[in-house]
Design a protein around this ligand. Sequence first.
Ligand SMILES: Cc1cc2nc3c(=O)[nH]c(=O)nc-3n(C[C@H](O)[C@H](O)[C@H](O)COP(=O)(O)O)c2cc1C
Length: 311
Amino acid sequence: MRTYYGKIGELEEILISLPFYYCMIKNEFSSVPILDNFYQTSSYFPMPVVLISTISPSGKTNLGPYSLCFPYIIAEKHSMLLISRSNSNTAENIRRAKVCAINFIPYNKKLLKECVLLGYPGETTEEKMKNNKFTLIPSQRTPEEKQENFIYPEIVDEAIQVFECTLDESFPTYNNEVTLESHFVLNIDKILLKNEWKELLYEGKEFPDLPIDFGYRNNINFWFSKHSAPYAEPIPKEKGNSVNTVIYAAQRIDPEVEWTDEACEKLVKVPRIFLKKVLKGCVEIAKEEGIRLITPEFMDKIRDKRAVEKQ
Ligand SMILES: Cc1cc2nc3c(=O)[nH]c(=O)nc-3n(C[C@H](O)[C@H](O)[C@H](O)COP(=O)(O)O)c2cc1C
């Protein structure tokens, strides 16, 4: 026969093992219904926050906040994909004026508040832009980079980087008239970086504070977060780290001089701290000789010339 104390003992045992079962359940997968806007209703999907500037029918710059904006074609052609409500000011302006600028604003609670204010659907450019707190400056395209009869929107001075884009009409724009969803392929014509970040771009040691958006959740709030300091995780040496390192660095020395992979291979043994200097030296010689593509033969020529000079 069980005693009163025995029952307490059993209860204690169950209570003690609860955290164990709880951990087990927490660690298992459960299927979730896939709802419309699944990235924010059925999951956690980290997204960027950009302000897209476009030209309104009256010629005024319109700013619209967007998060579904990602790299699309990344080699040879360079473009972004934007997913927008098909009747937003931004979508209509891109369809009509064919151009836009994607402004990446830094993580800053005040700026993100302003973004949310600019994200209220149904307002005209005039209505929303009269309260705009962002500083607008002219497009940075040079006269040669401008197309005749095109009007370019202003860009946001607070941005860390800006992609000035043109609609790629070789892709038919996806328009769903029922769900009011439009997808635009935007060719990147120009990338602008604030000087501070341009200098650090090739070092790769510091990163700007860009916000992460977890979307408009539960139809109440937008949820933003700041990221922590990125850290480096090198790929193992045996996976060809060294030649890729040289190719990466070589491609960034001078946009007017290109390198073949074989030419880069000739430099894999150069210690990391001297690599940039050596690459710069080769590019200087190439430019003096009017060469635009550095080949292994050209590298051999430099080596032979150096050997003679040393003697
Ligand atoms: C942070 C944030 C991100 C947003 N991302 C998108 C998006 O990716 N696609 C979209 O259609 N609407 C998005 N919205 C809602 C649009 O901003 C909203 O439709 C707004 O009216 C667009 O402005 P516009 O009509 O001037 O283009 C977002 C809003 C905020 C605040």
